[in-house]
Design a protein around this ligand. Structure first.
Ligand SMILES: [Zn+2]
Length: 338
């Protein structure tokens, strides 16, 4: 089969690789229906995460089950499945508590920009749809496997409640999906911080009621103006930079909460400032598996359409162009079709 391999910053190649095989009785092999490039894939592409040796890429996937190991009974060949970027047995103590992305058997997926993928702990990781969904649903189901699940967790962690005010920091695919989540959870006002016109438009389409284009202290001042001078009930931090985190913490009101889902890069939190702010803080890799059945249902019923974040579709063999387009901000998110 063929798949994407990163060799160095800016050097992703589409290469012939060994076909994945069942290595453990808990594995499954899927044939990729669609996959994509994640904002976090840009960290090694830009050289901000080191690439010491060449390795495959990709952690988002939906596909068709090809083969299952002896212990996998929950899914069977031919079914259409959605998984998460973090595998989970769905039986350990952390999984039972709903923290499947901290499963005691967790593995992070890393080979999904390929024609076939081995899924460890398939029994607990994969959710099959009742029928094979029409192709028009594939992008949204793919979004559910990572960016929509992550946006949902940002809203959950930031404790978005009906009637509340939510601020979303970041207008990438996760930030835009976080707007969908805040709306679904009943936020009355959703303030999207974005300075890119096409993304503002999509944020509004997804439910944003206000757009703030300012950043840093000016952005925080604008949020305060919109919130009786105290800040928002919930702030969803979807970037992962020091500036975005500072902006998020300063935009929450005393007693409010920040959910942070951007993978932190050089982010430090001032303990004393946090102490005196009365702001609640929770983040981490989203427990997407917990949300999958609900989010799949919301997609298949036509209630949400997070697949709109894919504004570029490429054949999988042009995967490198997907990275380039996202790096140069010509695309929000690139969908890849084998
Ligand atoms: Zn587990």
């Amino acid at each position: 089969m063929r798949g994407a391999v990163i060799h160095a910053p800016g050097d992703v190649r589409f290469e012939t690789l060994d076909d994945p095989r069942i290595l453990k009785p808990t594995d499954a092999i899927i044939r990729t229906a669609v996959t994509c490039v994640c904002g976090s894939d840009l960290w090694p592409w830009r050289g901000l995460d080191a690439t010491d040796e060449a390795h495959p890429m990709g952690h988002e996937y939906v596909g068709f089950v090809e083969e299952v190991g002896a212990e996998v009974t929950a899914v069977k060949p031919g079914q259409f499945v959605v998984g998460s970027f973090a595998t989970s047995d769905n039986t350990c103590a952390n999984c039972r508590n709903g923290w499947q992305s901290n499963c005691l058997d967790r593995e992070f997926m890393s080979t999904c920009q390929a024609e076939y993928v081995r899924i460890p702990h398939a029994q607990g990781t994969l959710v099959a749809t009742d029928e094979v969904p029409g192709e028009e649903f594939w992008p949204s189901l793919l979004a559910v496997s990572d960016v929509m699940g992550t946006g949902w967790y940002a809203a959950d962690a930031a404790e978005v409640r009906p009637g509340s005010t939510a601020v979303v920091v970041g207008d990438g695919a996760v930030g835009l999906c976080a707007v969908i989540a805040a709306k679904e959870m009943g936020a009355e006002r959703i303030i999207a911080m974005s300075r890119h016109e096409p993304r503002q438009k999509l944020a509004r389409e997804f439910g944003a009621t206000h757009i703030v284009t300012e950043r840093g202290d000016e952005g925080v001042a604008r949020i305060k103006e919109l919130t009786d001078g105290i800040g928002a009930d919930s702030v969803l931090e979807c970037v992962g930079t020091a500036q975005a985190m500072r902006q998020a913490l300063h935009s929450a009101r005393p007693g409010g909460s920040v959910g942070f889902v951007g993978v932190p890069h050089d982010v430090a939190v001032d303990g004393q400032e946090l102490f005196f702010s009365h702001v609640g803080l929770r983040g981490g890799p989203a427990p997407v598996r917990r949300y999958l059945p609900d989010l799949i249902e919301r997609v298949l019923s036509g209630h949400i359409d997070p697949g709109k974040v894919f504004d570029l579709t490429l054949p999988l063999e042009q995967v490198a162009e997907g990275y380039r387009a996202m790096d140069e901000r010509r695309a929000i998110k690139a969908l890849l079709k084998p």
